[in-house]
Write a protein that binds this ligand. Structure first.
Ligand code: 0PR
Length: 379
């Protein structure tokens, strides 16, 4: 830091220079984030200073958090679910496993394990590390859903939790949550559903309905991210528990604050993105959210049809707005690099190796057409 500060206009100029180096979302086909809706940006700015770590000082922000949690719970089949607005899927996943870990640790269990699908997001590797829990990875079926038999084989008397994913990061696939719930019930195991991406997509799909949320009796907790398909500002996730006692497992006493205890992983936390989440949910309603998802799915179909027309097939028929395209293994990186050279941002999946595209609300019809032209040219 310099001894003397700069003029405000000079700082603004610095910021503009930096902003020019950031990519605009238009040609980004790798991201699960997008432009926040304008009402989200408005709400965010209005509540910039609100700290929900000391929520007795910011009663309006606190009310919005409670209302957002209620609205999201209702969307996921239980308006009486318990939870809070987190910083995203990673924090929500951590807190779900943290809660059941604490419960089992009090019961005297040691050397615990959790079972996640091979497709699980890397946040579960962080969880294994942070909570000193073994993370066992279950195999997939042909459609890249978790193989329930493989999950069953991995269960032992130290298994405290199974995870199902509703909208896998790489393939946008939905695990068989009802079947996992059947095992959870029989074996009395906590079942966490990672719907960080799919939570704001699956309830609005027209073609097919999937049971993945609290409407499935033995689902214990769910992660869902407003900062992905929820059109909110970053950082906004949400962790919900069916049973309040699990949220209580996370409580830490905060005697000198306006609140007696905290269940969040963070201390100081943003009221701004909570306000943004609340504002978006109020503004769109179910109808508005359905329209966004329908548009993304329509473009997803256009992309898949166009790809097939030039001889490129999807790895699985897209279930949601994530498309993975099969190319000969030796060609995937070359094609991805050639597309990047044309200004696109695409990613490559691990197993099977394929080109991955996420069709977020910033992707428009002309973008898909231009992308297909470039794909045809470089393949
Ligand atoms: N669970 C699932 C199913 C996810 O897809 C993700 C993130 C998480 C949990 C973790 O969420 P947070 O990143 O909010 O903690 N999925 C994307 C990914 O890692 C996130 C992302 C978004 C990556 C934008 C890149 C990007 O540009 O691929």
């Amino acid at each position: 830091m310099e001894e003397r500060g700069m003029e405000i206009e000079a700082v603004k100029k610095l910021l503009q220079d930096k902003k020019r180096k950031d990519m605009a979302y238009e040609k980004i086909l790798t991201s699960m984030c997008t432009y926040p809706h304008e009402i989200a940006a408005y709400a965010h700015e209005m509540f910039l200073e609100a700290n929900l770590g000391d929520s007795g000082l910011f009663l309006g922000a606190k009310e919005m958090e409670e209302e957002a949690v209620r609205m999201i719970g209702e969307l996921l089949g239980n308006e009486n679910a318990f939870g809070y607005i987190s910083t995203g899927g990673t924090e929500s996943n951590i807190q779900a496993i943290h809660a059941i870990r604490n419960r089992k640790r009090r019961d005297g269990l040691k050397a615990m394990n959790v079972i996640v699908p091979e497709t699980a997001h890397f946040s579960f590797d962080k969880i294994g590390d942070l909570l000193s829990i073994e993370v066992r990875k279950a195999a997939l079926d042909d459609e890249l859903r978790v193989d329930v038999k493989s999950v069953e084989e991995l269960i032992d008397d130290k298994t405290i939790c199974m995870v199902g994913i509703a909208g896998t990061t790489e393939f946008g696939q939905i695990d068989p949550i009802e079947e996992l719930a059947g095992i959870a019930k029989d074996r009395d195991i906590f079942l966490h559903v990672d719907a960080a991406f799919g939570g704001f997509v699956i309830p609005f799909l027209q073609e097919q309905k999937y049971a993945f949320d609290f409407s499935v009796e033995d689902v214990s907790s769910i992660s869902i991210d407003p900062h992905k398909m929820g059109m909110s500002t970053i950082p906004a996730g949400c962790i919900l528990f069916r049973d309040e006692s699990y949220l209580s497992e996370l409580a830490v006493l905060t005697p000198y604050l306006t609140t007696g205890e905290q269940c969040s992983l963070l201390g100081t936390r943003s009221g701004a993105s909570v306000a943004a989440t609340y504002a978006v949910l109020k503004y769109f309603g179910r109808e508005g959210m359905k329209k966004i998802v329908s548009e993304c799915m329509e473009l997803t179909r256009t992309l898949v049809q166009g790809a097939k027309a030039i001889g490129v097939s999807p790895v699985i028929e897209p279930v949601m707005n994530v498309v993975t395209l099969s190319l000969p293994a030796a060609e995937v990186d070359r094609v991805a690099n050639a597309l990047e050279a044309k200004g696109w941002r695409v990613s490559v999946t691990r197993v099977p190796k394929a080109l991955r595209l996420v069709i977020m609300p910033h992707v428009k019809e002309e973008t898909v057409k231009a992308f297909l032209d470039d794909l045809e040219a470089v393949r």
